[in-house]
Design a protein around this ligand. Structure first.
Ligand code: F6R
Length: 608
């Protein structure tokens, strides 16, 4: 949560446009306030306010922001509500030091009390503000260099942090430190960058250095020096070239990133299939050999792990559970060296997931992850990694990474079926052919259903509540569809096993109440007809995601989304979710909300 970025350029000149451009790419991390600091003519310039970047931009003159160095922050409030005062950057009493921070300083109250006693004056309610004051205190009290004062400050704080510091004392450097919050460096001939995530500087460079926990970095206009804070030693780490292209972080003509990302799915899924990953066999073998398997994730990623859970149960006949990462405590006493944990994460930075796998690792478990972001924290705590190759996802609501995660689960599942002998060669090859057809099925699904989604959204947008019902494998599709509707259109949407809906939820149904059914032609198809009738008998308006040509189902419902035929029903969780992504998107737009930046949410949830 919170996006941070720093830029150093060759000369002291205009830097406002560059820093705002970079911040805009990080707005998915938080967007309740925004701020920039630079050093010009030996003084700190601070511009900050409550609101999204576009709103704040209306009030400021970007050209007035000059400097050789600048730092910027887009906030997701934790300590103190969104306000101008609580917006970062924060400064010390003398206005010589400016700090931006992503994370939480757990011992901030104790530090703040100490600093108040020393006479420091605070302007905000944030935990972050202790940092510039503490640096100032070390500078005055111990007469150390700026670098040493920052290191001493970092040593005093407890919690999680990605921090960037600039100062009038050394106006050509940015100092950074990292623990449990992401921080990367970008290197270009004319500018150096540091940021929470690569898209911030992707239009300038693909040369990236990943920082690890407990590292401190001093960045100057043409160099970076990394120090390991635990040993005090200097670390040599060369940049690597990311495969992401600059246009991947642009909207490419779509009105929102979310719509662009929904449309990208045929390509992202094809990329996953095309790129061979040696880790897949190792992952399958280790799962096969394990005594216990737990899949671990949060939110949308958790729904993708339900595919993994079902496949492992089916193809290895091994007890296996998907566990919500923040509920890890419930399984902790089952973890040992015969346990495999499969964390699934887009960002690889979700704190609930990270904390769980760190603990599981200490207890001897093997960690085999499926992650989108190369080099992210989850990957660094993993024994093997399967990458999703979905490219940067900037819309806060996950779409293309959900289908990529689900496909990755299938990849693992098929290898497991082969190893265990549950799939003979012919079956394995048949499934692999189906697997390769998924991108084209998803493409047709988008083409067939986008206009319908927009049309149905005009009715859905007037509703306050809805049900999403399914049975068996597609219960997760219903859950993901309901989550999308909730998080971007703010319509209360509850997913339920269709068969269970009569045990309580049906009490809410009244005339014209929306109920979305996911009804592929599988073994659940017959039973779900009864559930549709039950809902309609109470006045519900039924919408179904059904298989093309399913006439009986078409007659039962008011509106339909059609999924093309011609692939194994087993893979249905991938195409069947796509119309539900589109429905949520268009409903949000019709209700006048920004699907890319839903209220109260952040894409990268780095708090517990
Ligand atoms: C919902 C959504 C979230 C994430 C969840 C986990 O659209 O995006 O529910 O799926 O916060 O994030 P990652 O996958 O980054 O661990």
């Amino acid at each position: 949560m919170c996006g941070i970025v720093g830029i150093i350029q060759q000369t002291e000149s205009k830097i406002g446009n560059e820093i705002i451009e970079a911040l805009t790419k990080l707005e998915y991390r938080g967007y309740d306030s925004v701020g920039v600091a630079s050093v010009a003519n030996g003084e700190l310039i601070i511009v900050k306010d409550e609101g999204k970047i576009a709103e704040v931009l209306e009030k400021i003159d970007l050209d007035s922001i000059k400097g050789r160095v600048a730092i910027g922050h887009t906030r997701w409030a934790t300590h103190g509500p969104p306000s101008k005062e609580n917006a970062h950057p924060h400064v010390d009493c003398k206005k010589q030091i400016s700090v931006i921070h992503n994370g939480i300083i757990e011992n901030f109250q104790q530090l703040k009390n100490e600093l108040l006693e020393q006479g420091h004056v605070f302007q905000s309610e944030t935990d972050t503000e202790v940092l510039p004051h503490l640096i100032e205190q070390f500078l005055e009290e111990e007469k150390v260099s700026l670098e040493e004062a920052i290191i001493k400050t970092v040593e005093r704080i407890e919690g999680t942090y990605g921090i960037c510091v600039i100062s009038t004392l050394e106006p050509d450097k940015i100092f950074c430190a990292k623990k449990d919050s992401p921080l990367v460096i970008g290197i270009n001939d004319n500018r150096m960058f540091c940021a929470s995530d690569i898209p911030a500087f992707l239009s300038y460079t693909q040369e990236v250095v990943l920082l690890h926990d407990d590292e401190f970095v001093t960045i100057s206009k043409d160099n970076y020096e990394i120090i390991d804070l635990k040993t005090g030693e200097t670390i040599t780490r060369k940049p690597y070239t990311v495969s992401w292209k600059p246009e991947m972080a642009q909207k490419a003509g779509f009105p929102h990133f979310m719509l662009k990302e929904i449309h990208e799915q045929p390509n992202t899924l094809a990329d996953y299939i095309r790129i061979e990953q040696p880790s897949i066999l190792k992952i399958a073998e280790k799962i096969y050999e394990a005594e216990k398997v737990f899949l671990l994730a949060a939110g949308t990623a958790h729904y993708s792990t339900l595919t993994g859970q079902n496949l492992i149960r089916r193809f290895v006949k091994k007890p296996c559970s998907s566990v919500i990462a923040s509920e890890y405590e419930l399984i902790k006493n089952l973890i040992d060296e015969k346990t495999v944990i499969v964390p699934v994460s887009q960002s690889g930075e979700t704190m609930d997931t990270i904390m769980a796998i760190k603990n599981a690792r200490e207890l001897g478990a093997t960690i085999l992850s499926a992650v989108n972001i190369v080099g992210s924290t989850v990957t660094r705590h993993s024994d093997e990694v399967l990458y999703l190759y979905a490219g940067p996802e900037i819309g806060v609501a996950a779409t293309k990474t959900y289908t990529a995660q689900t496909l990755a689960m299938w990849d693992i599942g098929l290898e497991l079926g082969k190893i265990s002998g549950e799939l003979d060669n012919d079956e394995y090859e048949m499934y692999r052919t189906n697997f390769k057809n998924i991108p084209s099925i998803v493409k047709q699904t988008i083409v067939h259903n986008e206009a319908r989604a927009n049309h149905i959204a005009s009715w859905f947008a007037k509703k306050n509540s809805s049900f999403y019902l399914a049975r068996s494998l597609n219960l997760q599709t219903a859950r993901e569809g309901a989550l999308k509707m909730k998080e971007i259109a703010y319509i209360h949407s509850e997913a339920y096993p269709a068969g269970e809906s009569k045990h309580g939820p049906i009490a809410l149904v009244e005339e014209d109440y929306p109920v979305v059914f996911v009804t592929p032609q599988d073994q659940t198809r017959k039973l779900i007809v009864g559930n549709i009738m039950e809902m309609k008998a109470r006045g519900a308006t039924a919408i179904a995601v059904l298989e093309e040509g399913d006439k009986e189902m078409e007659e039962l419902v008011k509106w339909k989304f059609e999924i093309p035929k011609g692939y194994s029903e087993m893979f249905s969780t991938i195409p069947y979710v796509v119309p539900l992504q589109l429905l949520a998107y268009y409903t949000a737009v019709r209700r006048g909300y920004s699907p890319d930046q839903p209220r109260n949410l952040s894409k990268s949830v780095t708090v517990l």
